[in-house]
Design a protein around this ligand. Sequence first.
Ligand SMILES: *Cc1c(COP(=O)(O)O)cnc(C)c1O
Length: 394
Amino acid sequence: MGHALDYLKDELVELETNGLLLHPRTMQGPTGARATFDGREVINLASNNYLGLSNHPRMNRAAEEAAERFGAGTGAVRTIAGQMQMHLDLEERFAAFKHADAALLFQSGFTANAGTVAAILGPDDVIVSDRLNHASIIDGARLSKAEIKVFEHRDPADAERLLTETAKPGRRQLLITDGVFSMDGDIAPLADLVEVAERRDAIMMIDDAHASGVLGTGGAGTVDHFGLHGRVDIQVGTLSKAIGVLGGFIAGPPHLIEWLQNRGRPYLFSTSPPPPVVAACIEALEIIRDEPDRLERLWSNTRFLKDGLHELGFDTGGSETPITPVITGDETATQTFARRLFEEGVFCPAIVYPTVAKGRARVRTIVTADHTPEDLEEALAVFDRVGKELGLLG
Ligand SMILES: *Cc1c(COP(=O)(O)O)cnc(C)c1O
């Protein structure tokens, strides 16, 4: 049995030899500003729990109550027998949160992206995509069978060149970018990209996974941050990061949403999000409104940690958001760096090739609203100590 799969053993050995085999740490207890991984309590700079909502008492209570009243699961896909009023309520609230006309809930940001790109384009069309766009965009592009053209990172002129070169009568073109890039924390030049899309008559789509709840007034996202309401056709959001739970969203015009309700394959062929998840997401949007200080703390913590790392002498790249990379360059040194930081009480992952370019290895830090000044001062002291120990600082 299983001999036909033996080649996977060789592949795994190869991954291990190249230091690319993943060994995720295991959390004991909930996520938070401090959390316990592999039996050790550390300052957690690894999560996407930007606003500290994942374990917020109001969220936990909303999930509990929904489980009591509506059960743990829905029992079917939306279009068969799995739609509850709370799914519609969440969609209405998310559309309002995004200042969009309508919104559609997916099981994750990944399926929202992949399902949407695949549903709106076909083999005759073209997708013009930033070099650093997320894997779910790339998968959706492949599923659509459209031609895929990659523009240089944050380069609207290159995007325009590709749109011009691939234009043909009757051919649809999609210009797509992440709002905030997950490995560098830089922001897409959305105003310029929107102008390019308008000039070239292309569909403009933004994946705001790391910007929803983080950028813009009230966390409305990148479109709001740049004041581009009404000029971006499709906004993708996730409920898995700042919103603190799990799920994905498409926000846009009603005819897009209705099309996805009929042709979006993850929506049609995968069971709807369970009541505790949906109820907690609804509660999250309320908390974001009721506790605006969370967003303020996220940004003051961001400035504090970023400035601190910079002053210590680390290369923090071009980040403008709560994602701050500490770029060390060398792959092996970065792995050692991450391991020593963890041993000294700070958890942030090593990100190496192929996730980032060779020679651009880094540990990635993400602060949350829940980190206290003491947490961040302690984290900076550890960075200083370990950085000096490993010769990463002058
Ligand atoms: C995390 C992420 C996703 C996937 O979102 P999930 O809800 O976790 O599936 C999609 N796009 C980007 C840019 C992301 O960072």
